[in-house]
Design a protein around this ligand. Sequence first.
Ligand SMILES: [Zn+2]
Length: 220
Amino acid sequence: MLIPAWRARAGCGMTRERGRVGATLRCVVPTLTYPALMATVGREVVHTVVDGVTVEVRRSAKRRRTVSAYRQEGRLVVLVPARMSRAEEGEWVRTMVARVAASEQRRQRSDGDLEQRALELSREHLGGRAVPASVRWVSNQNSRWGSCTPAEGSIRLSDKLRGMPGWVVDYVLLHELAHLLQPGHGPDFWELLGGYPRLERARGYLQGVSAAAGLDLSDE
Ligand SMILES: [Zn+2]
């Protein structure tokens, strides 16, 4: 098997640029040991599904030492050297699917990040008066983007917000923070949010998403 020779050194050359996750390969196997692989030349594109992810594998004769992957129109494009064997390709595709998923997960905000952001927004827009006891993501919230229990000081954000622009998530967070000071949606409440520069844009964005997805989600 040639796979270990490729894989053994794959971990040391991680590269990351413009949303791409890459790995540098240093092939130390003499090329004579796999003449059949060398017969594959030019570009070839193969579509496959791995762990529920639609993958497009592009083999390139120009590519010699690197495997990289990036998202494009709902699929994961994996670029591999043309001389790589099918078995190696399969291994690498699975590796890259897992690596991209892990990378995307890291980019998502954690509960801790949310708490941190809540304090910043409170300082910036509410004079630091709203101090939540807890802020967390929830997946069981189907009719609201966010909710809060003022008596407990707890704020919950729907994980449907994940992946939306930061200024939209910020708006929902600020909205719930303001409820710690004003439970209802009267003029006093909206006055608290008056300083948020993208207030109407964020509300419009959420209404648009809601309508497009046929959801009945409200920001109130
Ligand atoms: Zn509200």
